[in-house]
Design a protein around this ligand. Structure first.
Ligand code: NCD
Length: 309
């Protein structure tokens, strides 16, 4: 299918429902292949460049695992201190260089809009692996994949997002993606970390019901899915403000007793203190399954943008 061929993956609101369906179907097919122990050569002879100018464990390693599982090869910058960025090279020049080496480029960068800037510099596909507090579209696709796997469908669900909704790029992308479905939202955050006004306004224009609250208990009682997030320390100008807010929400087994039966707990990870480890044993704690889902979803994206799936 050619609809995603040669496309950049920059923002979650770029996708049509048809494209999302294709990505989910392709990911499910790859997951079956992996479970059957098949060794794939879908991307044999292709090279992925993964450029990470911010820390990462899951996103980088699952992209690289995805490429290797598809039979492709990977070159990496995992630490900006080891690249010419440390010598003052511009993002434009880095991308113009890397396009000469690789067939497609995954980029994580601290600046909002960096992926768009990279995409303007090259015709090779750019996949945004997080641009500062902006977007993280590939995470939202694996989040949707997880919701569909855990719940059957996103349609009809009440989904709560809790924590740092101001600075968390995963939640910005996830709500954009879920506007393609029939969902209701609870946004749970302290006043200083609320979801940006323009995102809430956009949802309301689309007729999506949004309840903003500071009460995690209120949201838990009504939710089919709770998506917890880390307070994004690296986005705070004032360390004291981070200290004040870092314990805003902590989900533990006692609090989970107040949740709607069968609730699914998600988190993009890494967690700091916002989910107690006693929640890990709960059957609906899906966050490690969620991180594993990054591999088939990213296999689908790599294969689709290069026209190999
Ligand atoms: C998230 C990120 O980098 O935005 N992690 C991830 O990609 N799974 C979430 C976070 O860092 O809090």
């Amino acid at each position: 299918m050619a609809i995603l061929r040669n496309k950049d993956i920059l923002r979650a609101d770029q996708f049509s429902k048809e494209e999302v369906g294709l990505i989910m179907d392709t990911a499910r097919a790859f997951e079956q292949d992996l479970q059957a122990g098949e060794v794939l050569d879908t991307m044999k002879g292709q090279i992925l460049a993964s450029l990470f100018f911010e820390p990462s464990t899951r996103t980088r390693l699952s992209f690289e695992t995805a490429m290797l599982r598809l039979g492709g090869e990977v070159v990496t910058v995992a630490d900006p201190k080891t690249s010419s960025t440390a010598k003052g090279e511009s993002l434009h020049d880095t991308i113009k260089t890397v396009e000469g080496y690789a067939d497609l480029i995954v980029l994580r960068h601290p600046q909002i809009g960096a992926a768009e800037e990279a995409a303007a510099a090259t015709d090779k596909p750019i996949l945004n692996a997080g641009d500062g507090a902006g977007q993280h579209p590939t995470q939202s696709l694996l989040d949707l994949y997880t919701i569909e796997k855990e719940k059957g469908t996103a349609d009809g669900l009440t989904i709560s997002l809790a924590g740092d909704l101001k600075n968390g790029r995963t939640v910005h992308s996830l709500v954009d993606l879920l506007t393609l479905f029939d969902v209701k939202f609870y946004f749970v955050a302290p006043p200083a970390l609320r979801m940006p006004e323009e995102i809430v306004a956009k949802l309301k224009t689309k007729g999506i019901k949004v309840t903003e609250t500071e009460s995690l208990e209120e949201a838990l009682a009504a939710s089919d899915v709770l998506y917890m997030t880390r307070i994004q320390r690296e986005r705070f100008a004032d360390p004291a403000e981070y200290e004040r807010l870092k314990g805003a929400y902590v989900l533990n087994r006692a609090l989970l007793e107040k949740a709607k039966e069968g609730i699914t707990i998600m988190h993009p990870l890494p967690r700091v203190n916002e989910i107690a480890t006693d929640v890990d044993e709960y059957a609906g704690a899906a966050y490690f399954r969620q991180s594993a889902n990054g591999v088939p979803v990213r296999m689908a994206l790599l294969a689709l943008v290069t026209g190999k799936a």
